[in-house]
Design a protein around this ligand. Structure first.
Ligand code: SF4
Ligand code: SF4
Length: 436
């Protein structure tokens, strides 16, 4: 793609990065075929190619004849799920993920959001990343659930997303803790305890720690590193996101400097994608850039770690089928596609892949709150495809997807819960009614 940035603009590091990315796009349009929003709306401005074009103009690199309204770009960038399916498809290696970060930061400078939009984004950024607050908010939302029919739009989506059954807040992450293996092999990992996940499903961290301990791995958790900043980053609350990223770097820097960590383990793939990008996101932070770079190098999804570093035994056939739902952040963001499937097969399950497995389920961070109509359409489409598989269980490696797809006809849980169960742990809660 041709760009026309002047030298002054190119002196800004983010513009020169954007220029480099934009010039790789050859306008072939392959990405449009796998973009969920383009598939739903058929509008070029809701496709990666259209958004790339609009971002070029917004940043000032377009033809001087064409004027673009920041509000129009904002409308279509807000509708982007950041699912990164376009990056998997693109033959030219266009780095859409970093381009859209630059585009959204520019939008922040150029437009003032409406009052309602501002309030809802603020509300999300001051609750979701804080496990205790979010757990409390979910209690209130559950009280409002019977009246959700009286609500509309984003408020209705928020109330509807609260779970019918709320578990106790996950204790993992409430204080600094070492979870030692009974027979330690001398390997130590750091676990990101998470934020929203601790409020919604404490079993995921418990299963992760049990399975790692059984493999002789000691697990460390630091309470100051709970939220990685991904949620705030997702809604453009960059100041809040950077504060959370700084807190994570501070909390982990001594452990990293000790050289004793084999890996930083993440069991929420949305967070994993962000941690793996810390080196870039914090590159201009004079205090933490080096730690951030090391965090990127050490971060591994739990499935990636188990598959590449542990030698789990191969179990006998379980006579049970699993429909594996590949979260976008895992398959497109981190390019981890085979590890979860391989582990499930090794644990004796028959693994099936639903149709359109490359498409997002519409959860995408807080997309299901901010864009409820598009999210609902994607959710229904995904559930239809999953139901057609007719599996006994659905597995996914990201809490957002698990929550979004909980209306599917098969019970759904995290891949790590199933693996923990297969290797001697308790049966996941979501499977307790029905499966033998
Ligand atoms: S597939 Fe890549 S090169 Fe082709 S239009 Fe999309 S982003 Fe541009
Ligand atoms: S990130 Fe997803 S929704 Fe956004 S342009 Fe790419 S494929 Fe489309």
């Amino acid at each position: 793609m041709q760009t026309h940035f002047d030298l002054n603009a190119l002196a800004r590091p983010e513009i020169s990065t954007a220029d480099e990315i934009l010039r790789k796009c050859v306008h072939c349009g392959f990405c449009t075929a796998t973009c969920p929003t383009y598939i739903l709306t058929g509008d070029e401005r809701d496709s990666p190619r259209g958004r790339i074009w609009m971002m070029r103009d917004l940043l000032g690199g377009g033809d001087k004849q064409t004027e673009i309204k920041p509000a129009d770009v904002s409308y279509h960038l807000d509708r982007c799920l950041t699912c990164l399916s376009c990056m998997t498809t693109c033959p030219s290696g266009v780095d859409y993920m970093h381009l859209v970060d630059i585009g959204r930061a520019e939008i922040n400078k150029k437009i003032r959001r409406g009052f309602a939009d501002h309030v809802i984004r603020t509300l999300l950024s001051i609750t979701l990343p804080f496990a205790r607050r979010f757990h409390l908010a979910l209690r209130f939302a559950r009280l409002a659930k019977p009246f959700s029919g009286l609500l509309t739009g984003r408020l209705k989506a928020m109330v509807n997303l609260s779970p019918t059954r709320l578990q106790a807040l996950d204790k993992v992450g409430s204080e600094d803790q070492l979870y030692p293996a009974e027979t330690s092999a001398g390997t130590r990992v750091m676990l990101l305890s998470g934020c929203a996940q601790r409020a919604l499903d404490p079993e995921i961290n418990a299963s992760t720690i049990r399975l790692l301990n059984r493999q002789g791995v000691d697990v460390v958790v630091r309470s100051q590193a709970s939220c990685c900043g991904a949620l705030a980053h997702h809604i453009n609350a960059e100041d809040a996101a950077h504060k959370q990223m700084e807190a994570v770097c501070s909390a982990w820097e001594n452990d990293i400097a000790s050289g004793q960590l084999d890996a930083i383990i993440v069991n929420t793939s949305g967070c994993g994608t962000t941690l793996k990008d810390y080196g870039n996101l914090m590159s201009r932070n004079s205090r933490h850039s080096e730690t951030a770079r090391k965090i990127s190098d050490l971060t591994m999804d739990i499935s990636e770690y188990l598959n590449s570093k542990m030698a789990l035994p191969t179990l006998a056939k379980q006579n049970m089928t699993i429909a594996y739902h590949a979260a976008c952040s895992l398959q497109h963001g981190q390019k981890v596609l085979q590890a979860p499937r391989a582990l499930l097969v090794q644990a004796g399950f028959e693994v099936k892949t639903p149709a359109e497995s490359h498409l997002c389920c519409g959860s995408a961070g807080v997309y299901n709150v901010l864009q409820p109509e598009l999210s609902q359409q994607l959710k229904e489409r995904k559930i239809r495809n999953l139901n057609k598989v007719g599996a006994d269980i659905i597995c996914a490696g990201n809490l957002g997807c698990i929550h979004q797809l909980s209306d599917a006809s098969s019970p759904i849980c995290h891949t790590i819960q199933i693996l923990d169960w297969a290797y001697g742990g308790p049966k996941p809660h979501s499977l307790l009614n029905g499966l033998g």
